[in-house]
Design a protein around this ligand. Sequence first.
Ligand code: NIG
Ligand code: FE
Length: 423
Amino acid sequence: MKKILIKNIKELIQVVDDNRLKTSGKSMAELKTIPEAYLLINGDKIANYGSMVEYNAETHADDYDQIIDASNRMVFPAFVDSHTHLVYAASREIEYIDKIKGLSYEEIAKRGGGILNSAKRIAEISEEQLFYQSFQRLKDIIAMGTGAVEIKSGYGLSLKSEIKMLKVIQRLKEESPLTIKSTFLGAHAVPLEYRGRQEDYVKLVVEEMIPAVGEAKLADYVDVFCDKGFFTVDQTARILSAAKAYGMIPKIHANELDYSGGIEVGVANNALSVDHLEYTGEKEIRNLLASNTMPTLLPGAAFFLGMVYAPARKMISAGLPIALASDFNPGSSPSGNMQLIAAMGSILFKMLPEEVIHATTINTAYAMGVSTMLGSISKGKIANIIITKPMPTYHYWTYSYGDNKVETMILNGEIIDERSLKR
Ligand code: NIG
Ligand code: FE
């Protein structure tokens, strides 16, 4: 097995040695780091870490395949991005112009733009082309520090196109070094041909799409856009229970446009996460506190659409954990850059850098069901590691929002270079 030693690390960030699966409330402001550190990778796992003083005091076999000197550089666990729609066929900057001129997200959707526009493009594109485009996006997010990503369907809105998207995600799982989870989001919008017959579309999702997706084992999770103008609480509950029969755990789009009841129906169905949450009040907070569901905020979408911001500080003060994901998609968050999302956590949500680091690593890992193996520097976890460019302090991580601060990415214990991502 290949052994890599990273030595002279200026500061090793987000060390977790207590087996926790998420970080909540006040603890989010506490971050364990080791100044002047080393990290040892054995095969695809983190084998050991500690301070250089300790390292120098011990005797070592020195049988490393590679030694990296990380002087002036920091080491972070790679970002985990637990909410994206990065398999899509075309960007939608045309609607962006409408948006600039003042149309709302809901108005654009009503005119057949938005998600329906993306669905039209998915119907037209070949699986091969869709794979190729999506693979390029994966390369881009790796270069920005992401090591694991959840990807949703939901731009298909027909059995054939939803399967096309999920097959592409399946192939991305097989061919990219990222850890990927797939989510079936057939109930993302009502397609044009079902206008005025929303119940018939829900029936299609429940009776045809879910069995087909479930039997082909094409999705780990199930999602519904449970919000004003999209799907109701009752429809959401029916879709979630149909998906449960195939082992698909819920991750819900909730409370983005209104107090939609999405949080409650997610919690009632043991959702792994409920996402967006701009409209979260006392009742929703109490509901979440009594659950194992990860509240996930998507600042990119609220920023891009000019919407209200989720009450992150209130949620943390109440003792909740918070995850921050990109929502990378062509309509409401056209970026998968988690460094930017991290900065937005501090700028828009007033989260401390320490809180943001938990929110973009261990808590997003929890939100995509992988926090036993990813999301922190812990012995035995998968070696998904960022070596930064020279950085003054770790606070700089959420302060500097324009530049790529990643110098080297290691995924599954392998250094990522252009060759390993060839396609
Ligand atoms: O998470 N809110 C619903 N769905 C996506 C937007 C999808 C789109 O506009 O294409 C979101 O923001
Ligand atoms: Fe989304």
